[in-house]
Design a protein around this ligand. Sequence first.
Ligand code: ZN
Length: 376
Amino acid sequence: MLTGYQRVSRRIPCRICGKPDWCSTTKDHNIAFCARSVTNADRLSSKGWGIFYYDRRSATPVQARRTQPKEKTKYPKSNSVAPIEIRHRIYRALIRLSPFPEYSELIYGNEWLFRQEQEFRRCGILPKLATERHRLVRSFIKSHLKEEGTISTFKGVPGFWQGSNGRPRLGSDLDYDGDLLLIPFLDSTGLIQACQLKVIGKAKSTSGKYQWLSSIGKREGCSSGTPLHHEGSVGFRGKTPTTVLVTEGVLKAAAAQHFLPDRYVVANGGVATSHQEIVKAARQKILEIAFDADCFTNPHVARAMATLLALRIREQQFLFCDKPTKILAWDTRFKGIDDALIAGASLKYLEVSDWLGLLTPECFEEASHQLVGISP
Ligand SMILES: [Zn+2]
């Protein structure tokens, strides 16, 4: 699918910041890499660039000009997404047909066992081989036909698309390097909105590489977007939350919800995503931000954190609301809040001004830039 990269130019400026230099894009223009802006980026690159899956966005600051190279893709790139009930039903059935194995060679020790118990129970496995995924889709169709008496349609379910023979396909048309963990992202009512994929194996930590299960740019395919996961819809059901806690990633959210049951936990897919949804979920409530410890030392992460803080503070000012906003910190030997909680480390609750005071100079520079004109 990726046809290579190209630099932006005067003729084809960056679709995110509108400038003709620094940034780049894939040749098929599906993905933009912006060196200047990470606001609402789908991901951050290791260099701190914003990575934007362009066709998920209907409106960007600078629309690409018509003079671009002829698009090779014949399919509409942004098919609309099916209603949540349909997505939920299909993803749930998929996970049931291909569940995370209960006892397997994936067990690495007690901590891993704990994670399996707490976090992996609801995950599925996306097989690495395309042929196995075809088989999975076929068995889904068979069981759906048996149970519902109808042929299932996958239209508008991110990750599914239509092969050249008209048959439904799932995931990449190529083999992956290994089996992938299929991680459901739940909405505020507990329904599965989309799924993330994570390579299983050697990496014991939960902060490996994640990608969305999407079928952007494929025939009848569509994008997953970057939804906010509501762990609280499972662990907090029926209660009225006073505090919303946000982490990066579903697996960390599950651990946080387990250890901090009086919080309503949500998780974004990466530090730079879903800021609006986070602010909305925490409206008129206390907001606790528990991003990885590198928000003190990595300028790109600090910038993303400050962007979220700025949005939160502006909304609070607009609503004349003064519910606290806290940044969580812990022993820096632990990267994520999950590891800190599992190890029994204590948490510190920082004010925004405390956080700013603890940043490295580069981080402070990036963060204060986002907070110009705002008094936290
Ligand atoms: Zn740019």
